[in-house]
Design a protein around this ligand. Structure first.
Ligand code: B12
Ligand code: SF4
Length: 486
């Protein structure tokens, strides 16, 4: 079968995804088992490729099936755009959607332009679905495949999580090789991504990862991870693990293998502060083998706040982790959740915390009830909009205590406190010159512009004004679920 896998365009105009742009690892992961079974598979990444490439692929490649990734809530409309475009080119092209959001809220995607939604991990579901289509058999019979026939009925069989995440070949990175110069982490690139583990055993109330993975975490075999890494050409590698270093023994084995095999990479990872504090020697070892940046979900500055999000951690542990990373020279990219109920004092306290802890490039998001989370269940009746464009964690979708202008003024100002490399100062000039040498001018400009936007209150307010206008006029998106404004 000829299968085209599509990463839709970004559904939000700004945010961290413009600063960290990654290859479509989910699509690459489902592509390899399909390739192994002899299917002809291509990947289109509309996050970085021109929109016209879709028509080009539909014409030249003439896919029999198109699979679209919808992991982010903000990607729902772009996903439906692609589906509708494909169907307008040929009703007989089979359109299926998968990914994190699609799995948690398939109703959003079950439109007439979508034939099926693949719920859960896609490696097995993907190739089984394609095999079924090839044999002219009913796709609804494949576990994890939700179709219009079995939707909301007992005939849908869920796909269980894979017992072992080592049973498949590495993601088919060769399918996006020609795009690798687009993928970057801030000013640094080219960037590759890789999983060394999958899932999380915690249960924070603002997060849906543990819901998707049923509070489990599985680890890649260190030897297999080493071989995969050795095949990656890029020096910069973003480990997409939900919680890096989740399994101490395997993480240590991998670090030692990297050391003994002289693998020369620079890593960025995401993890929790308590794992850092508990495994200081392991983090030190990873530093030796190239760990450069760690996103640390600090979320809240005190115990009360941490309890409110069910983080199961103490504020002192967060601070200990930040201090420790500083001593090792690892950049701690602390992330925080700003509550819509914040008043001026709360913002003052958060600013103080960031400056006291000398945070270089902290990331702030606004508490957003994302589908599948406990916060969503508890607060969905309070939502001020169900327009998914606003669900980028940088817009208030719950009522703010401060007037909206004041709230965004304070929020944008948080981004003025760090990011020394994005301001027009000596550090910025240094990074800029480095990128000039590497011919990455466009990326440097994109990151710089984005960071400027994030420091400008009006860029947050614009989408709210657009929504008000939409509410006052006939609604163009009335037929798309989730797009009505209140
Ligand atoms: C790495 C990561 C990032 C990276 C890169 C993400 C990317 N690909 O663009 C960075 C740091 C840039 C990032 C940014 C953000 N992220 Co993020 N990120 C992740 C993380 C930890 C791993 C994603 C990943 O690569 N996994 C590995 C691959 C192999 O898995 P996968 O893509 O899920 O694909 C599998 C299945 O979903 C399925 N599948 C996927 N697509 C398809 C398609 C078809 C056709 C089929 C059949 C199957 C299928 O099969 C694949 C193999 O099993 C996830 C958590 C998670 N585990 O999903 C959060 C997650 C996706 N991020 C999230 C969020 C909220 C954000 C931010 C908004 C956060 C912020 N601070 O601003 C930004 C914005 C990003 C954006 N695009 O708008 C949320 C999304 C929730 C939601 N409903 O929107 C998640 C789920 C984390 C969470 N806390 O809840 N993120
Ligand atoms: S925020 Fe992190 S620690 Fe909490 S449940 Fe999600 S992935 Fe796990």
């Amino acid at each position: 079968m000829r299968v085209l896998l599509v990463q839709p365009r970004q559904g939000t105009s700004f945010g961290i995804s413009k600063i960290v742009t990654t290859e479509p690892l989910g699509l690459e992961s489902i592509a390899s088992p399909m390739l192994e079974r002899g299917h002809d598979v291509r990947i289109l990444d509309l996050k970085v490729e021109k929109p016209s490439r879709l028509d080009e692929e539909l014409r030249k490649f003439a896919p029999q099936a198109v699979g679209i990734s919808c992991s982010f809530t903000t990607d729902v409309y772009p996903t439906l755009e692609v589906a509708s475009h494909v169907k307008s080119n040929g009703k007989d092209i089979y359109v299926f959607v998968g990914g994190h959001h699609a799995s948690l809220l398939p109703d959003d995607l079950m439109t007439l332009d979508v034939d099926a939604v693949a719920i859960g991990e896609g490696e097995v579901t993907g190739y089984e679905l394609i095999g079924q289509l090839q044999n002219g058999e009913d796709p609804s019979l494949v576990s994890g495949v939700m179709t219009h026939e079995n939707f909301n009925s007992d005939n849908f069989t869920p796909r269980a999580l894979m017992k072992d995440i080592n049973s498949f070949p590495p993601p088919a990175r060769q399918l996006t090789k020609h795009l690798c110069h687009h993928y970057h982490m801030g000013f640094d690139g080219s960037l590759a991504t890789m999983e060394t583990s999958r899932g999380c055993r915690f249960d924070c109330n603002f997060c849906s990862v543990w819901v998707f993975f049923e509070r489990t975490a599985r680890v890649k075999d260190p030897q297999k991870a080493l071989e995969e890494l050795a095949d990656i050409e890029e020096k910069e590698v973003f480990l997409t693990d939900d919680i890096a270093f989740v399994n101490r023994k395997e993480s240590e084995k991998l670090a030692l293998l990297l050391k003994n095999n002289k693998i020369n990479k620079e890593f960025t990872a995401e993890t929790r502060a308590d794992l850092i504090v508990k495994n200081k020697d392991l983090i030190k070892l990873w530093r030796e083998v190239g760990l450069k940046n760690i996103f640390v979900g600090i979320e809240k500055i005190d115990d009360e706040g941490l309890k409110s999000v069910n983080k199961r951690i103490k504020a002192t542990i967060n601070e200990e982790a930040l201090d420790f990373l500083k001593t090792l020279g690892i950049k701690a990219l602390a992330t925080f959740i700003v509550d819509p109920e914040f008043d001026d004092e709360d913002f003052d306290r958060l600013e103080e915390y960031a400056s006291k802890n000398g945070l270089i490039a902290p990331t702030y998001t606004i508490l957003t009830p994302l589908p599948g989370t406990q916060v969503y269940d508890q607060r969905k009746h309070e939502l001020i909009t169900d327009n998914y464009k606003m669900y980028d964690l940088l817009h208030a979708v719950l009522p703010t205590k401060l007037p909206l202008e004041r709230f965004y003024h304070r929020f944008a100002n948080l981004y003025n406190l760090g990011h020394a490399t994005s301001k027009f100062g000596p550090l910025f000039v240094l990074r800029f010159l480095k990128n000039l040498r590497g011919m990455k001018l466009n990326i440097a400009f994109k990151v710089f512009n984005l960071m400027r936007m994030m420091r400008t209150p009006s860029s947050y307010i614009e989408p709210h004004l657009e929504l008000e206008k939409l509410a006052a006029s006939p609604k163009p998106f009335d037929d798309i679920p989730g797009t009505t404004t209140q």
